[in-house]
Ligand binder design. Structure first.
Ligand code: SF4
Length: 407
């Protein structure tokens, strides 16, 4: 096995592995994921290991600082499958001895014994896709689990020694009230995870929720098969997906910030909260535009100014995983991305880093826009640290402001 002592001469790299299988598709989900049988998962993992070995040989000048297994539902992997996968990573790449190795885990798909094997295999951070503590909401979303199953899996994870756990939550759900969201927040925080992500539901095209929502919210969409197994007793009726209005959504966002701050979580990105020192190192790589390599079906990578993605069609991937679509980012695109991604984080964008990278300061390029939004109270420049960041008020209108950073 490779000697994995830290090597300061190697460049840092985040590694993402995609596992595209789920028990069934949730009604709001447009991720690259689908149901499968055990045989299909096994064949895919064999192909993924081939890709890991081959790509590892190309990236010998890099050191894997973080690893993230996402999906899909990676916790459908058996302990042995996961162990072999991570052994393949260790044999193929140089890996940091103090790396953050995260695995997404869906409640209702695992147990204490399997979690123990995951941990022994090298996973040191779990990310639970809980979404809601309300069973009716979970059912409507098409999730396979209940709040109780989540609690059992979470407690099992603690028992087997996981000390870094994230819980994913989702607000602005159909029919959700502020009181119900508050209840989910309080109950989730009571588990005392090290990290919480709280995103608003977005209705994505080509999902059952999109059909229910309709272009004009008329509710005339065909809902056959969607309501049928929702347990709502509405089979055969046209249904309208009633989402909380914009004011309620904002209220939920502010409530999230306030409640989680009271409970000792610091918001370090628009939708992410952590106890000090438990910010997700892997996601920070994306937001800070550092190098990452994505392996597996449809996974994307960015190394230097090169962005490339694997094919997202399973037959093509199984036939030839090595085919990538590639794009070279010009200076303008890199600058825009630096601002878009960096400003998502409360730490903002460092002018020193920006100048080092682009040979000009942020003020040279965006002086008028930055001055305007600082004077309006939406952006703040922290002179001692040389960072530009959104103010609290700016975070609320961040999308609108960011559009001005397009060159
Ligand atoms: S578990 Fe996650 S990836 Fe799978 S269908 Fe549901 S939302 Fe999508």
């Amino acid at each position: 096995m490779r000697n994995n002592m830290a090597d300061k001469n190697k460049r840092p790299l985040g590694l993402y592995l995609h596992f595209p299988f789920c028990v069934r598709k949730c009604r709001y989900c447009d991720f690259l994921s689908f149901p499968s049988d055990e045989a299909g998962r096994e064949i895919y993992l064999e192909r993924l290991k081939e890709e890991i070995k081959a790509r590892g040989a190309v990236y010998q000048d890099y050191n894997i600082e973080t690893l993230f297994i996402g999906g899909g539902t990676p916790s459908l992997m058996t302990g042995q499958q996961l162990t072999e996968l991570l052994d393949t990573v260790r044999v193929s790449f140089h890996v940091s001895p103090v790396g953050e190795w995260t695995m997404e885990c869906n409640p209702g798909t695992t147990d204490a014994e399997t979690l123990r094997i995951y941990r022994n295999a090298g996973i040191n951070r779990l990310s639970f896709g809980l979404q809601s503590m309300n069973d009716e909401e979970l059912k409507y979303l098409g999730r396979i689990h209940t709040a109780k199953q989540f609690a059992e899996n979470y407690q099992a994870a603690r028992r087997v020694g996981f000390e870094n756990i994230n819980i994913d939550l989702m607000s602005a759900l159909p029919g959700q009230t502020t009181a119900s969201w508050l209840d989910t927040l309080n109950k989730a925080a009571a588990f005392e995870p090290e990290h919480l992500s709280a995103y608003s539901l977005i209705i994505e095209e080509e999902t059952p929720f999109w059909d229910l929502y309709g272009d004009d919210r008329s509710g005339e969409a065909d809902v056959d098969g969607i309501i049928a197994d929702s347990g709502g007793g509405q089979q055969g009726k046209a249904a309208i997906l009633t989402l909380p209005d914009e004011d309620s959504e904002r209220q939920m966002y502010h409530l999230t910030k306030r409640i989680l701050a009271e409970k000792g979580y610091e918001r370090y990105e628009i939708s992410n909260y952590a106890r000090k020192g438990f910010e997700c190192r892997h996601n920070l790589i994306y937001w800070q535009r550092k190098d990452y390599l994505g392996l597996g079906l449809g996974a994307s990578s960015m190394v230097g100014n090169r962005r490339f993605s694997n094919v997202s069609d399973m037959t093509s991937y199984m036939h030839d995983w090595s085919y990538c679509q590639e794009e070279i980012l010009d200076r303008k695109a890199q600058i825009e991305e630096t601002m878009f991604l960096g400003l998502r984080c409360t730490a903002g964008v460092s002018d020193r880093m920006f100048t080092k990278k682009f040979g000009q300061s942020m003020m040279d390029i965006y002086g008028d826009i930055i001055r305007k939004y600082i004077s309006e109270g939406f952006l703040v420049f922290h002179p001692s640290e040389g960072r530009l960041a959104f103010s609290e008020a700016g975070t609320d209108v961040s999308n609108w402001i960011l559009s001005d950073f397009l060159l």
